[in-house]
Design a protein around this ligand. Structure first.
Ligand SMILES: C=C(O[C@H]1C=CC=C(C(=O)O)[C@@H]1O)C(=O)O
Length: 422
């Protein structure tokens, strides 16, 4: 894969402690905000000191975009001179990234922002990235205006209407019952147009307020709040949160508990979940010295849905990079299917759309390889005044098309509500 990335000769990166307890999002200027926020902690950033946008892969193993990103990252980190007086995961240079789901799609993007503000366990910091010593990036002085309201919205359907997508689910169930594969994750899209450019900060504010248990992200136009952590790395310790199996939240406590009990004992959902766990275990085995996954999934209750969830922990073998793990894990059975090799062409055939960067790794990485990468779910791609929303669900032999359409509607709600002014 040959690319012409924008990487300057030499970069001066300075991290200093910041005495600031404000909501991280209040630091962001209107244009091109980057964010990764979980429970009030995280990183926000803006500006661009170095950027890589990758073309579609041609043939190969389907992991060339991760390899090209890794090479670019290594070269970039070799050009930086770092003065970091805080030394925590996420201090020093931090690159945000968002990959495409399908190797055949163009648009995987990595960016080293000019200004980064972070917070972790009560400690805050400011990182700046300059081309010359003893200067500040211009972006440090960008005026921060209040987030603009999104305004009236006009909704339109995506590649398939809800009915057409339901028929695609029926076709997938038929293929699964015929023995072609065990599970496939099918997704659909929706478009919405605002009257003026969408201020991503308004969406981020609502997402982080309404979904504090999720990872609110914004990377080069991909914006959402995902519950699914693909990998968090700190030193050689990695953790992951596997999700598969979903019910809506109930209208009252009794209904909520009944739905949760049904989910925790549903053979269809436990089967769907087991495929995701098995694929994680198999993928991590050659890259890790130990892997620990609980025997049974637990319940993860989010604002709009509840999931079967398994928190996994592992110790990385020496010489394995964070992006090696990200590349190996993608696509998990929570977004692709089982077996992956059969699920991927079926997704292309039945969805009738390009997923772009939906259902693919999104996150950040620092110079030590520490970082957090989620799967871009409950999200939208924002371009000017237009947003393209995505939602999908795991289809197994026992799936019912009507229930699957309802599940995607529940998942769309995250971004619908984020786009709707209070
Ligand atoms: C594909 C999505 O969710 C995945 C993650 C968690 C649970 C899922 C499920 O129960 O189907 C999906 O596999 C989505 O939110 O668009």
């Amino acid at each position: 894969m040959s690319v012409a990335p924008e990487t300057p000769q030499k970069l001066i990166v300075r991290t200093v402690p910041l005495r600031d307890g404000r909501d991280l999002l209040t630091h962001l200027p209107p244009h091109g905000p980057f964010a990764w926020i979980h429970g009030g902690d995280g990183i926000v950033a803006w500006g661009s000191a170095a950027r890589l946008r990758l073309p579609a892969e041609e043939g190969g193993q389907g992991t060339e975009r991760f390899t090209a990103a890794s090479r670019w990252l290594d070269d970039l980190m070799a050009t930086v001179v770092v003065d970091d007086s805080v030394e925590l995961p996420g201090t020093g240079p931090v690159v945000f990234g968002s990959f495409t789901f399908d190797p055949g799609s163009a648009g995987s993007t990595l960016v080293l922002p000019r200004v980064i503000v972070g917070r972790r366990d009560g400690r805050s910091w400011l990182t700046t990235v300059c081309d010359r010593p003893d200067t500040h990036p211009e972006e440090l002085l960008t005026r921060v205006t209040p987030p603009r309201r999104v305004g009236p919205l006009r909704w339109s359907s995506g590649a398939l209407s809800a009915d057409e997508w339901g028929r695609a689910v029926t076709a997938a169930v038929r293929r699964i019952r015929a023995g072609d594969l065990d599970k496939v994750v099918l997704a659909r899209d929706l478009y919405v147009d605002a009257e003026a450019g969408i201020d991503v900060r308004s969406l981020l504010g609502r997402l982080s307020r309404d979904h504090p248990d999720c990872y609110t992200f914004s990377v080069a136009g991909m914006v959402g709040a995902t519950p699914e952590l693909l990998i968090r790395r700190q030193g050689d310790a990695v953790s992951s949160l596997v999700l598969a199996g979903t019910r809506p939240r109930g209208g009252d406590a009794q209904e909520d508990t009944a739905l949760a009990d049904e989910l925790l004992s549903s053979p269809k959902d436990l089967e769907e979940h087991r495929y995701a766990i098995d694929s994680l275990r198999t993928t991590l085995a050659p890259l890790c010295s130990s892997i620990d996954v609980p025997e049974r999934p637990e319940l993860l209750r989010l604002a709009n849905v509840q999931h079967l969830a398994s928190p996994a922990r592992a110790t990385l073998s020496p010489g394995t990079s964070t992006l090696d793990v990200v590349a190996a894990l993608h696509p998990t059975a929570a977004v692709g299917g089982t077996p992956t090799a059969t699920a991927m062409p079926l997704i292309r055939e039945l969805e009738g759309m390009d997923r772009g960067r939906y259902a693919a790794p999104v996150g950040w990485i620092d110079a030590q390889g520490n970082g957090e990468w989620g799967i871009a779910l409950r999200c939208a791609e924002i371009e000017g005044s237009r947003a393209r929303l995505f939602a999908g669900g795991g289809i197994v032999a026992g799936s019912d098309p009507t229930a699957e359409v309802a599940e995607t509607e529940a998942k769309f709600r995250v971004m619908r509500e984020a786009l709707t002014d209070d």
